[in-house]
Design a protein. Structure first.
Length: 59
C-alpha cells in the first residue's frame, strides 16, 4: 500500500506539521473521484421570500 511507505519515512514531530498533514489528507479525500462532493440544489430567494424568512429590514 502506498500510504504504508509514507508513514514509515515521514516523522511528524510538531503540532503544526501534524495539523497541516491531516488537513491535506482530509482535503484530498474531499476531492477524490471515489468520494465525490454531494450535489446541492439551490435557488435565489426573492425579496418577498427574504422578508418572510427574516422580517422587514430595519433602517
Amino acid at each position: 500500500m502506498a500510504t504504508d511507505s509514507i508513514f514509515r519515512t515521514i516523522v511528524l514531530k510538531d503540532a503544526q506539521s501534524i495539523e497541516a498533514f491531516v488537513t491535506a489528507v482530509e482535503e484530498s479525500a474531499r476531492f477524490s473521484k471515489r468520494n465525490p462532493l454531494p450535489k446541492v440544489e439551490s435557488h435565489d430567494l426573492t425579496r418577498e421570500e427574504l422578508i418572510e424568512m427574516f422580517g422587514e429590514p430595519s433602517k
